[in-house]
Design a protein around this ligand. Structure first.
Ligand code: SF4
Ligand code: SF4
Length: 204
């Protein structure tokens, strides 16, 4: 049966009328900023102080887009007759975000918590070379890293916090013991002092 003339137009108008009354799901970016989930992968921040230049992230990166340069520095032995100690000093840390595929492997493998995801995504460039972020820029991204979510109330206490709490409890117990000792000694000292004062008061 041949289609009725104008039926396609009627169908199209029906769809338009139906969707006109529904709430829009698109957002007018950049006028409206998107509400991103807290674990969004926007850019990688480097917390340089934690980096020991172990090179694990650069070795595991499937895109080979992490560039690290370093040199060794030796420091004199802590005690006479000891051995010299050497450590790696970071010279360059860069990530080429034009190659990065945001897999997160570098962040996962870093044993020293030096790399973090930031949800920041507005760093498009007109020159592709500008997408290689050097250490200063990677450090700046750290300011945009959200704080970690609170622990589940039923979760086991992290071992670092447990150790710190144990040390604080031990210190508090030691202080309390010292205070008790002091209080026990004070009553013995006070009568003598009062006696001395009484004698002084009696003989102006
Ligand atoms: S997110 Fe993946 S691809 Fe990007 S730098 Fe890290 S390991 Fe490499
Ligand atoms: S894995 Fe972590 S500590 Fe090792 S070089 Fe990479 S960022 Fe630094």
């Amino acid at each position: 049966m041949p289609p009725i003339p104008g039926s396609g137009l009627a169908k199209g108008l029906a769809v338009t009328l139906r969707t006109m009354t529904k709430k829009t799901v698109t957002a007018q970016y950049p006028d409206t900023q998107p509400e991103l989930p807290p674990r969004s992968r926007g850019v990688i921040g480097l917390f340089e102080e934690n980096c020991t230049v172990c090179m694990l992230c650069a070795r595991e990166c499937p895109d080979w887009c992490i560039y690290i340069d370093s040199h060794k520095e030796t420091s004199p032995p802590a005690a006479p007759g000891g051995r010299e100690r050497s450590r790696n000093v970071l010279d360059r840390f860069a990530i080429d975000f034009s190659l990065c595929m945001y897999c997160g492997i570098c962040i996962e493998v870093c044993p020293f918590d030096a790399l973090f995801w930031s949800p920041e995504f507005e760093y498009a460039e007109t020159d592709i070379h500008e997408l290689t972020h050097e250490r200063d820029k990677l450090r700046e991204w750290m300011w945009t890293v959200p704080e970690p979510p609170a622990l589940d109330p039923a979760a086991e206490e992290p071992k670092e916090i447990a150790a710190a709490r144990k040390a604080a409890d031990k210190l508090a117990a030691q202080r309390a013991k010292e205070q008790q000792e002091q209080q026990r000694q004070q009553p013995e000292e006070q009568p003598e002092e009062q006696g001395e004062k009484g004698e002084k008061g009696g003989n102006p």
